[in-house]
Design a protein around this ligand. Structure first.
Ligand SMILES: [Mg+2]
Length: 372
């Protein structure tokens, strides 16, 4: 195993995350929505899912990716508004411009979230906390929105930190505090830990970072696969991933493990409708389209299969995604084998024609996230 040269390479990383982004933009632009429980996406008829809920709606338990039906049950007075993605993209560009006053090392994760490496900042400020403070202030003064920031020496801890005092938070976790912080961090918060892995960990009496630290690297890998290497390092506060200015998304999707096994095509299609909405929303949020739609099916015996279909042109719209997934499902001969998980993902975002800059299809221009 390699030792990291920590003395030489202590970095200053900021993770910025806008607070209830879509909902906050709507409340900013339409005063009648202020102070009210609001859902962007979804509908009062109960169709579709919530993309973002305002903080007033979150008090009732409404969350992103929740079906509208459930949101209405939790909060009958909730107001649904249509997303205005063009507006959100413009605001996102302005936010990015504010970041670029301090550094060019910016890694956007979506329209409302980014990592910044300010180890060397353009203004010579030197303090990452001071930079985060100024960025938050500029977002507030110029865009009338709030953001939360996490500051640390690596991406993982900075991202967790930005979530601690939301909304309008600013949290610093310094090198001397990282290990203690990781020790108490619940396993669900770890990158790569979904519900299934979290349940498995709890079954092994592993509840937090401190528990994971008791396992050797080999043990972690044998129980959790390749991610075990990451767990081993991160519980010791080590995360060397760089802030990548040209982040290439290879695939993007969503999947769901069901509380009971599905056996009928009707049930499965209904779930694919729901997952499709989440995937289409994520594509929109990341301004991506892909040529390949992949369906993932996991059975109750934990065996798993994937099937995919590739189009000549990138696709990203809800109907194409869900219809393709349903057709792939139909072609499988399931013979009522119980299904415990379904997933849809899109991939093949970048095509060779784009690299050679021969644009035949104007739609392909949209493949470049964030333009500049
Ligand atoms: Mg956010």
């Amino acid at each position: 195993m390699q030792e990291t040269q920590n003395s030489k390479s202590v970095r200053k990383i900021i993770h910025i995350d806008m607070d209830a982004f879509y909902a906050s933009v709507e409340q900013r632009d339409f005063p009648e929505y202020r102070g009210k429980p609001l859902a962007v996406g979804g509908s009062p008829t109960g169709r579709g899912v919530v993309a973002t809920a305002s903080y007033e709606a979150r008090k009732f338990g409404v969350r992103s990716a929740m079906p509208s039906r459930q949101a209405i049950q939790l909060c009958p007075q909730i107001i649904f508004v249509h997303p205005r993605f063009e507006v959100y993209k413009n605001v996102s560009r302005s936010i990015r411009e504010i970041f670029s006053r301090y550094t060019d090392l910016i890694e956007p994760l979506s329209l409302d979230e980014a990592y910044l490496d300010v180890t060397e900042d353009k203004m010579g400020i030197g303090s990452a906390m001071e930079i985060a403070k100024r960025i938050k202030q500029s977002i507030r003064d110029e865009l009338h929105l709030t953001a939360s920031a996490g500051v640390s020496i690596n991406k993982f801890v900075a991202k967790i930190a930005s979530d601690i005092n939301k909304p309008n938070g600013l949290t610093f976790i310094g090198p001397s505090k990282i290990e203690a912080f990781m020790d108490q961090l619940p396993v669900e918060k770890f990158h790569g830990v979904g519900k299934v892995t979290a349940d498995k960990m709890k079954g092994m009496q592993l509840f937090n970072g401190g528990d994971l630290k008791k396992l050797t690297e080999d043990e972690l890998v044998s129980h959790f696969g390749k991610t075990g290497h990451f767990f081993y390092r991160i519980v010791r506060g080590i995360d060397d991933r760089e802030v990548q200015t040209h982040r290439e998304t290879k695939s993007l999707g969503a999947e769901d493990t069901f509380t009971y096994d599905l056996t009928t095509p009707e049930e499965m299609n209904k779930e694919l409708d729901r997952i499709g909405v989440i995937v289409a929303g994520r594509l929109e949020k990341n301004q991506l389209k892909g040529r390949t739609v992949t369906l993932k099916v996991k059975f109750s015996d934990f065996t798993q299969i994937t099937r995919n279909h590739s189009f000549a042109h990138p696709v990203g719209d809800l109907d194409t995604i869900t219809e393709t997934a349903k057709q792939l499902l139909e072609k499988l001969d399931l013979q009522e084998k119980p299904v415990r998980l379904l997933g849809i993902s899109l991939s093949n975002f970048h095509e060779p024609e784009i690299k050679s800059r021969k644009y035949k299809d104007p739609e392909q221009l949209e493949l470049f996230p964030f333009g500049s």
